[in-house]
Design a binder for this molecule. Sequence first.
Ligand code: ATP
Length: 267
Amino acid sequence: MMAAQRSMLELGALHYAYPLRGARRAVLRGVGLRIERGELLALIGANGSGKTTLLRLMAGTLRPDAGDVWLEGRSLAAWDRRGIARRIAVLPQAVDLPSGFRVAEVVEMGRAPHARRLFGSTAQDVAAVHAALRDADALELAERGVDELSGGERQRVLVAMALAQEPALLLLDEPTLHLDLAHQVSLFRTIGRLRRQRSLTVVAVLHDLQLASALFPRVAVLDEGRIVADGAPEQVLGPEMVRRTFGVAMEEATGIDGRRHLVLSGH
Ligand code: ATP
């Protein structure tokens, strides 16, 4: 059957340049990637290498200058906004929660792409909001005002909002930035469970190479607007790649679990 062969997301020879004082500044220079349903992909790379830009192209909030993005086999340009919003949820790097609302109200806004009527929520919406709050460890925050939350609590509410959307594809831009270790682990456990339960596909921009290596079966490295490595973390995350991409000397050590780990070289 044709449908079964369609990738969740496919990027073909993507080029993108931001306008800069009348000129154009090339940020992505021919990015190709194929992401299958249920895959977990960590996107890593130095500051300014184009990771956030690539996520925006994946979400359709930016249009490529050349190349194309196919969602479930169909060019993003052919989807309407609501169709995309029903499939893709984005957790951006820096975003404000709408002020003056309770957490539960904000999370319910994540249901907008599924709304069947203008006002009020269905039993399905209520169940989805509850599940999203629970999965994001934010259930105890439900009645709090969003303006009085800590950075990490705010981040969990944003995660809940994205989960309430019940996406097929979740795009995360540094999702662990404000989270303590326990909530980082909890977020990725939830993601792992949603992947098993409903084949959720996840692309996450991460700066923490240990986290990427421990929790993601596939890692892609972006360097100056190109994918320079793509594969299992043990193949991709070696000292040579880290030196080339980040300009940092690291060594490999074998942990007590028998796995190889990267550690900073001493001086
Ligand atoms: P970081 O790790 O610092 O978040 P990144 O890999 O996500 O970086 P991008 O945010 O995609 O990188 O930015 C890539 C390049 O494009 C950077 O040099 C940045 O300065 C530039 N850039 C980003 N947004 C814009 C914009 N709106 N207009 C012009 N240039 C931009």
